[in-house]
Structures are given as structure tokens and as C-alpha cells.
Design a protein. Structure first.
Lengths: 217, 484
């Protein structure tokens, strides 16, 4: 059990680190591979929980995560990026130093917020709970800080990973039917977002959402 | 059986246009027939709930309907029927091309299906899955005619609501985590009757956090301030019948999710925590909705902000105990009919005048006597004038505030309603009277679409004057479901 909780911590910690990359690196390819590694770590963690928690259903979920978020979505994101890659990324609203500092504060906040839950549960995975919350807050930070539509999509995908992490460390996964529904929504949502990124590109000739200011009041 | 009749028609109507590429008009009528069937099934569900003929849902059943579900299902089916019958593809002088009509039918029916599933499923997590799917289905047909403004509006809508709804899922997971750590894993733990039965044993500090996430999440979808920023854009840029669906019932579905969760969390914490949060969000929404009405220059945005105001009123109602819950859901029913009617009429005005600015529309009563008159009726309903339904529900709401001793709330609501009244009437006045601008055709034929919309007005009068017995019985039972 000791090994189990350490491995879980390792994976969850790794996922958190990958979420920091979009805050300071420049260039969408770096964000895409960060998201890819994050998804692979999530899949590994899900497999671990499935093995130690003796829940074979989670193996299936891990395979879905790898197929969808580890392979398919990064590939689609890369195609999208090749189309719009020549476009210069505008400066984020907050500079990288401040953003990293804010991320640190958010991690602390997540630990404070998650303290009462640690007493509720005796699960060996409970140390992952504050990390899941921290990942959730940092994904939100990425979402509001970036101006390119494709980066916002990546932020949203990381937010989904955060919630999947929360579910797997907190409850050993939600029931399978729900899990499948969530995957279906994630896939459809991603595809529709992709359509809209192309539409924004065609109608505005940029995917810089700063230009979307037609509607006020 | 009733569930199949309720859910299959929108499913079939959504798949058919994707497969059959021709016979657009015939498909449209098939769609109308399906939507009518769905409405009949929802009425059947309500009847079986009211007469108490239905057995309680078997544990593990995925679909079940109590009074609240049935009430929402009737609203959804009714507005879907309106949106299908008066939507693109059926009118004699329809400006849409065949591809647009097909896309509209596929996704509008998908939207109807997901909403119906959301209100009839027993599992809080599947309800979440369905509500998330509503965002996807509706966002994709907002730019039915692609303009910069509509693409921008749908991107904003898709992103903000997806993030919001993701937070609601985090809240759902937290509540499930609480349940699993207290009572151990159970396959039916996400069934909300099971959750509520277990709620008194759950940890209050976790439930508090879970509800905060859920309120922010579903509140975003419901257009509660300060998460409402996407709403005026999406509702004003969407094609009129989709606006009717989104404003009339999609907001109500999100309110339904909040109300369900409130009853679970209240069983754990007592009502004061959720009441405070809902009251704050509700009052803020009414304030923002009302004052945005004053400065509006576009009539569809005016209707959208009026939705923010009305959703705010319903949220306040949820925080006012059983009387308030009764008023809130009556308000949502009235709002569903009135706002759908208003948006559908606004779409006709836009088609004729080719401008969405209030300043560009004048002499509506002369140019389009039927549309203008009915639009006037719809707006008068929305400001809460008797004899229409919203007067009654607003009156009941204020009464609930007075009865529970919240005089400040009652006073604030009344003052804000007066402001909304004055500004909406001012805008309406400008649109209905005056000279018809040059280049706008005068006169209109009275066809079945006009008769249908006049039927909505009749329905609103009926809800305001007699408040028929089946509606009150359904509402009474819905209240007792939520506040046992």
C-alpha cells in the first residue's frame, strides 16, 4: 500500500508539472506535448488504481484515456496547429513569472481547501486530492490567461483531466456508464471546438480571441 | 412505454435528416408530428404523476419521472414543438437553404433529446452528461448563417459553458466522493433519491464545497450573474427558434439541476447555506438583468437580458421555502411560453426589418399587424402585467418573500420590476408605433404560424387567470418532491 500511494503521488505530481508548461513556455507544440504527457500519466494512474484497487473496469478506462486523450486529440491538435502555426502568439494577459507565482499560490490554496477531506477518507490515494484541485485551478488560470483559441482548448482539456484525476483518486472512478458518457461528451465537445477554431480562422482570419470584440452590451 | 414515446421522436427526427437528404418539407412535417407525439407523452407522464398511478421507479432504473421531471418535460416538449413548427424549412417564404435546414433539424432535435434525458434520468451524473451535451448541440447551430458576430457568440458560449459545466462535474464528483467515503461504494450512489436519503450522514464541509461548485457550474448554464456574460450574445445571435429553446427551456433545465442538488444539500446542511447563496446570485442577476434592459439598443439582446432577470427571480424563489419554490417553477413555466413566443416573433421582425436595432424598427403595428400585436402581448407578459401568467407567479414570489419575513427582498424585487417595466415599455413603444421606415414592406398574411403564436398568448392568459388544476397539482407535487 505504501508503494501504491507513492506511485499515485508521483503520477499526480507529474500531471501538475505538465500543467505548468503552458504558463511559461512559448509555442503551441509545447502545450500539446504537455497535454499528451499529462493524459498518459492519467492513464498510468488509472491503471495503478485499477490494479491495487482490484477494479478491472479501470483498465478499460485507461485504454480509452490513452486512445482518446493520449493519441487522437494530440494528433488533431497538431494538425490544427500546423494550419495556424505561422501565427505569432500574443503576449498572455499575465507575464510568465507572475503566472508561475499565481500557480504556486493556487497549489497552496488547493491544499488548504482539501484539508478537511483528508480527514474524511482513509483511501491510500488521498494525497492526490489536493493535487487534483490544484490542477483544476491551474487549468482555469491557463484558460483565462491565454488569447489563442487553440490554447484555450488545451486549457479546457487539462481541466477535464483534472476532474478525471479527482474522480479516480477520490472515488476509484465513477460508474462505467457515467465514464462512457463523459468520454462521449469530451470527444464531441472537442470536435465541435475544433470546428469553431476553423470557423473563427475563416471568418476573422486569426485565431486570436482578443479580436472577438464585436459583441458588447 | 411513455418514456419511449417521449424520447424516441426527437431521436428519430434528429437522425432522419442526417440520413435522408431530400424531401425536406415532408421531413419537416414528420418532425412536427414527432414533436406532438413527444408532447402527448409528456402530458401522459404528468397525468400518471398527478393521479398517482405510477409506481415508484425501480432501483437501478435509468429513467424515472416525478412531478418535477414531468413538469419540465411538458415545457421542453411544448417549446420544441414550437421551434420545429415555426423553425426554418416549413414556412411558405422560407429564406434558408436546404443544408442549413438539415443542420438545424439534426441539432435542434438532439438538443431536445438531451434536455428531455436530463430531466428524466435518475442519476445526477447522467444528468450532467446530458446537460453538457445540450451545450454542444446548441452551440453548433448558433452560426446557422455564419457571421462574425454569431461565430464569436457561439465560441464564447461553448467555452464558458463547457468550463462552467466541468466545474459542476467536479461538484458532482465531490458529493460522490463524500458518499463513497461515508457509506462505501454503491452502484446506485449517483441516483439522486439514494443520495438524498444518505445526505444527513454526509460531511457538511464537503457538501458545502460541492454545492459551491455545482452552483457555479449549473449557474453558468442557467445564466446567473456574474456568470451570465455569454447569454446575451448567444441568445441574440442564435436563429430565433433556437433562441426560443435556449431561453425558454434550456435555462430552466439548468435551474432544475440546481433545485435537485439544493434538495440533496439541504438534507445534509439545512437550508440556510444554499438559501443565502441562491438569494445572492438571484438578486444580483435581477439587478444586472434589469439595468441592462434600460440601456439596450437591440431588441433580441433586450429579450436575452430579460431572461437573466427572470432566471434571477426564479432563483430568488428557490431560496424562499416551499411557497417560493412553487412560485419559482410556475415562473419558469410561464417564462418558457412567453419568452419562446417573444423570440419567435422577434425573428419575424428581424426578417422583415433586416435590423436588430430597436431604433431601426418603428411602425411595427402598421407593417406587421399580427406579429406586432402579438409581440406587444409577449412583452407585456414579460413585464408582468395581468392577466398574463407572469403577473401571477411574480405576485406569488413577492408574497412568499413577505410570508417568510424577507421584506427587504420583497421591496427590492418590486422596485426592480418597476424599472424593468418602464424600460421594456419604453422600447416596445418605439417599436410598435411611428412611421414604417422606407423599404420595409407593409402588411402580412395571417397563416397557421400566426395562429400558433396566438395560441401561446391564449395559454399565457389561461395560466394567469384560471391556473388550471393539473398545473397546480403538478406544481404542488413538485414542491413536495423538493422540500419534503
Amino acid at each position: 500500500m505504501q508503494t501504491f500511494s507513492q506511485l499515485v503521488m508521483l503520477c499526480a505530481g507529474g500531471m501538475l508539472v505538465t500543467a505548468l508548461i503552458p504558463l511559461w513556455r512559448k509555442g503551441v507544440p509545447a502545450y500539446i506535448s504537455a497535454f499528451k504527457w499529462q493524459s498518459w500519466l492519467l492513464a498510468v494512474l488509472t491503471t495503478l488504481v485499477g490494479y491495487f484497487g482490484r477494479d478491472p473496469q479501470l483498465y478499460g478506462v485507461a485504454i480509452l484515456i490513452v486512445g482518446l486523450k493520449g493519441v487522437a486529440m494530440p494528433a488533431l491538435l497538431r494538425t490544427m496547429d500546423r494550419r495556424f502555426g505561422h501565427q505569432r502568439e500574443l503576449r498572455p494577459y499575465v507575464n510568465p513569472e507572475t503566472a508561475l507565482l499565481m500557480a504556486g499560490v493556487l497549489v497552496l490554496f488547493a491544499y488548504v481547501l482539501a484539508r478537511p477531506w483528508m480527514e474524511v477518507t482513509t483511501l491510500p490515494t488521498r494525497a492526490g486530492l489536493p493535487l487534483a484541485m490544484a490542477l483544476l485551478f491551474i487549468s482555469l488560470l491557463i484558460l483565462v490567461n491565454r488569447k489563442k483559441a487553440i490554447t484555450q482548448v488545451i486549457g479546457f482539456l487539462m481541466l477535464e483531466n483534472a476532474i478525471a484525476l479527482l474522480a479516480v483518486v477520490g472515488t476509484y472512478g465513477v460508474p462505467l456508464l457515467v465514464e462512457l458518457g463523459v468520454f462521449l461528451d469530451a470527444l464531441m465537445g472537442f470536435l465541435v471546438m475544433q470546428i469553431f477554431v476553423y470557423q473563427i480562422h475563416e471568418t476573422f482570419e486569426t485565431i486570436d480571441v482578443d479580436q472577438l470584440t464585436r459583441l458588447k452590451h | 412505454m411513455l418514456f419511449a414515446l417521449l424520447l424516441l421522436p426527437p431521436l428519430v427526427s434528429s437522425v432522419l435528416p442526417a440520413v435522408v437528404r431530400r424531401h425536406g418539407r415532408a421531413l419537416g412535417w414528420v418532425n412536427v408530428a414527432g414533436a406532438s407525439l413527444s408532447l402527448a407523452a409528456s402530458a401522459g407522464l404528468s397525468a400518471s404523476v398527478v393521479t398517482g398511478a405510477d409506481a415508484p421507479a425501480a432501483p437501478g432504473a435509468l429513467l424515472a419521472a416525478d412531478a418535477l421531471s414531468a413538469l419540465l418535460a411538458v415545457c421542453i416538449a411544448l417549446v420544441t414543438l414550437l421551434a420545429v413548427a415555426l423553425g426554418p424549412g416549413l414556412a411558405d417564404d422560407d429564406p434558408h437553404d436546404a443544408t442549413a435546414v438539415r443542420r438545424y433539424r439534426i441539432f435542434l432535435n438532439a438538443l431536445a433529446l438531451t434536455m428531455l434525458v436530463a430531466v428524466t434520468t435518475t442519476s445526477v451524473a447522467l444528468m450532467w452528461v446530458a446537460i453538457e451535451a445540450t451545450t454542444i448541440a446548441s452551440a453548433i447551430i448558433i452560426p446557422l448563417e455564419r457571421t462574425k458576430a454569431s461565430v464569436e457568440a457561439s465560441w464564447k458560449y461553448l467555452l464558458i459553458c463547457s468550463v462552467g459545466i466541468a466545474l459542476a462535474f467536479a461538484g458532482t464528483v465531490l458529493a460522490y466522493f463524500d458518499f463513497v467515503s461515508t457509506t462505501g461504494p454503491l452502484p446506485s450512489a449517483l441516483d439522486w433519491t439514494v443520495l438524498r436519503a444518505a445526505a444527513p450522514a454526509l460531511r457538511p464541509e464537503l457538501m458545502r464545497l460541492a454545492f459551491a461548485f455545482i452552483l457555479v457550474g449549473y449557474g453558468t448554464k442557467a445564466g446567473l450573474a456574474p456568470m451570465h456574460t455569454w447569454l446575451p450574445d448567444a441568445h441574440s445571435e442564435a436563429p430565433a427558434p433556437l433562441s426560443a429553446m435556449m431561453s425558454g427551456v434550456l435555462l430552466a433545465v439548468a435551474m432544475y439541476a440546481i433545485a435537485r442538488w439544493k434538495s440533496v444539500v439541504d438534507a445534509s446542511l439545512g437550508p440556510s447555506f444554499t438559501n443565502t447563496l441562491l438569494m445572492t446570485a438571484g438578486l444580483l442577476s435581477v439587478v444586472i438583468g434589469t439595468f441592462s434592459l434600460v440601456i439596450q439598443r437591440h431588441y433580441k439582446r433586450m429579450l436575452a437580458y430579460s431572461s437573466v432577470e427572470h432566471i434571477g427571480l426564479a432563483t430568488i424563489g428557490l431560496a424562499l421555502g416551499p411557497l417560493g419554490v412553487f412560485a419559482a417553477f410556475l415562473h419558469l413555466v410561464n417564462h418558457a411560453v412567453a419568452k419562446s413566443m417573444a423570440f419567435l416573433l422577434a425573428g419575424r421582425v428581424l426578417e422583415r426589418y433586416r435590423t436588430s436595432e430597436i431604433a431601426g424598427v418603428s411602425g411595427l403595428l402598421r407593417a406587421m399587424p399580427w406579429t406586432g400585436g402579438l409581440f406587444g402581448v409577449a412583452v407585456l407578459t414579460l413585464v408582468g402585467l395581468p392577466p398574463f401568467g407572469l403577473f401571477l407567479s411574480e405576485f406569488l414570489l413577492v408574497r412568499a418573500a413577505v410570508v417568510t419575513g424577507q421584506f427587504f427582498v420583497a421591496g427590492a424585487v418590486l422596485a426592480l420590476l418597476v424599472v424593468a417595466f418602464a424600460s421594456l415599455l419604453n422600447h416596445l413603444n418605439h417599436m410598435l408605433y411611428g412611421q414604417v421606415p422606407d423599404g420595409v414592406a407593409v402588411g402580412e398574411r395571417r397563416g397557421w404560424p400566426t395562429v400558433t403564436l396566438a395560441g401561446c398568448a391564449g395559454l399565457l392568459v389561461m395560466l394567469g387567470v384560471v391556473l388550471p388544476w393539473p398545473v397546480t397539482a403538478l406544481l404542488d407535487r413538485a414542491v413536495s418532491v423538493l422540500t419534503p
